[in-house]
Write a protein that binds this ligand. Structure first.
Ligand code: C2O
Ligand code: CU
Ligand code: CU
Length: 514
């Protein structure tokens, strides 16, 4: 089905209003529901699952230091409308539709973090082995930044998110508000996702890999999935009318597998001011931006020289791209609105302080391999450090300790690795000989360590760990003890089985590493 580009206006998600306020702060109720929404002029309304019947979900806007409570209510049907593979994670024993919401990048206690096994069904009729609490608490005691919330249920995260269960969450603070950067109607969220459609307008998601043999489970998980259509804020290839002035865009990659390499066809630069964990030290001017799944970038684009022109936000597919691949376009900016007043915003050089964690006393260095194997059906099975989700917990940082995690990628492709609770700093990347590793299992370094890209030098919670490289990150594990997870954020990998629990241990109790 061929959809005309740039015929729908970019929608802006609505800001959610609290259901009530009490002494604990604002209280929200959010219902996960099935509904239909028109995603393109020429598409019939698409069946989706979303928060408060919106796709993407409504945006939370909160101030730093002001806690909120959210009751995430599962009102979904008992049957999934996407193909659930019951051969993984013993899902044949579990209800087909399970949900648990995670606020990605947030600093929350474990009982509000959306542990994958803390799922529940419609009306809490059935709960997983790890039930948390019915009303989640978000302290919002962290740097101002763009977070996003999405489903995280064990073994079906890819399907729940693809069905529409994702939205944005913005934490603001006074300091950021005082910066003379574009704000108000000149600050725009861009939530980028890929999807494929059937002719009747329904979402297409493969029920088996293309090369499936008869012995494969049906449905079967696929090792990766990229939709052939790009949506921003829930519309296919939309356009946005802008004034000839500066705008701030908070960009989130909410796609399952697809990473983007953003650029503007006007050849103008992005001025990146923020990364996953908020404002960077200095503004980074760049002509392209890598946007892996789950990564957020906060950029200023200056349209002042482009009055009357169209500027397309593009995705560089590389020189070997299939000529029929339409995903080189993301959306269009039409510099068609009259300037409604002088643009007094500026692009600051210096943005914030970021103390380096390297000065800290390092309590542990963990060498963690990203590994590809096969399962009993011959399907690719990706794992972290040769362990599956169900294996005993091996990563147990002590509360308040600083650790270095070395992500040694011995697979053939890059994985965006995400750690819950903390924001880390990227130390460096160093190449090694993968052929040699495949021969005898030893790591032989083939070059010196290189610094992270300029836009990776702020706080990050999701980082590209490229093939045949060691990517080192440093983090301080605080402020809570308990069980969290880390995983590849390619959702098809996360579901099978590139996700592991980790536990932050209280140094004063005696359940530490032994
Ligand atoms: Cu965006 Cu564990 O997730
Ligand atoms: Cu997360
Ligand atoms: Cu991966």
């Amino acid at each position: 089905m061929k959809l005309t580009k740039f015929v729908d206006r970019l929608p802006i998600m609505e800001t959610i209003k609290p259901t009530s306020r009490n002494h604990n702060g604002a209280y929200y109720e959010v219902r996960m529901e099935e509904f239909r929404q028109k995603l393109h002029r020429d598409l019939r309304p698409t069946r989706l699952w979303g928060y408060n019947s919106q796709f993407p979900g409504p945006t939370f806007e909160v101030m730093k230091g002001e806690p909120i409570q959210v009751k995430w209510i599962n009102n979904l049907p008992a049957k999934h409308f996407l193909p659930v593979d019951k051969s993984i994670h013993h899902l044949e024993h579990e209800p087909e539709v399970r949900t648990v919401t995670h606020l990605h990048g947030s600093v929350t206690k474990p009982d509000s973090d959306g542990y994958p096994e803390a799922w529940y069904t419609n009306g809490f009729a059935q709960v997983g082995p790890y039930f948390e609490r019915e009303v989640y608490e978000y302290p919002n005691n962290q740097r101002a930044t763009t977070l996003w919330y999405h489903d995280h249920a064990m073994g079906i995260t890819r399907l729940n998110v693809y069905a529409g269960l994702a939205g944005m969450y913005i934490i603001r603070d006074k300091r950021e508000k005082s910066l003379p950067i574009p704000s108000g109607k000149y600050e725009i969220p861009l939530f980028i996702q890929d999807r494929s459609f059937n002719d009747d307008g329904s979402l297409f998601y493969p029920s088996q890999p293309d090369d499936a043999t008869e012995s494969l489970p049906n449905p079967s998980i696929v090792p990766a999935f990229q939709g052939d259509t790009i949506l921003v804020n829930g519309k296919v290839w939309p356009y946005l009318e802008v004034e000839p002035r500066k705008y701030r865009f908070r960009i989130v990659n909410g796609s399952n597998t697809r990473g983007y390499q953003l650029f503007l066809d006007s050849e103008q630069p992005f001025y990146q001011i923020g990364s996953d964990g908020g404002l960077m030290k200095k503004t980074v001017q760049e002509s392209t931006i890598e946007l892996d799944p789950a990564v957020r970038v906060d950029v200023i684009i200056d349209f002042s020289q482009y009055e009357g022109q169209n500027v397309t936000l593009k995705n560089n597919l590389g020189p070997n791209a299939d000529p029929n691949d339409e995903t080189d376009d993301i959306m269009q900016f039409r510099v068609s609105l009259p300037l409604s007043g002088e643009d007094k915003s500026i692009i600051p050089r210096h943005l914030s302080q970021i103390p380096s964690l390297k000065q800290n006393n390092i309590q542990a260095i963990r060498n963690l391999k990203l590994v590809g194997t096969d399962d009993e059906y011959g399907r690719p099975l990706l794992v972290l450090d040769n362990k599956k989700w169900m294996d005993p917990i091996t990563e147990k940082p002590t509360l308040g300790s600083t650790e270095i995690w070395s992500l040694i990628n011995v697979t053939g492709f890059s994985h965006p690795i995400h750690i819950h609770l903390i924001q880390f700093q990227v130390l460096d990347r160093q190449p090694f000989d993968l052929d040699n590793y495949n021969r005898d299992g030893s790591i032989i370094l083939t070059g010196s360590a290189t610094a992270p890209l300029p836009n990776e030098q702020g706080w990050k919670d999701t980082i590209a760990a490229p093939s045949a490289q060691i990517t080192r990150v440093i983090a301080k594990f605080e402020p809570y003890t308990g069980d969290y997870v880390w995983h590849c954020h390619i959702l098809e990998h996360e579901d099978y089985d590139m996700m592991r629990p980790f536990t932050i241990i209280d140094p004063n109790s005696n359940n530490g590493d032994s």
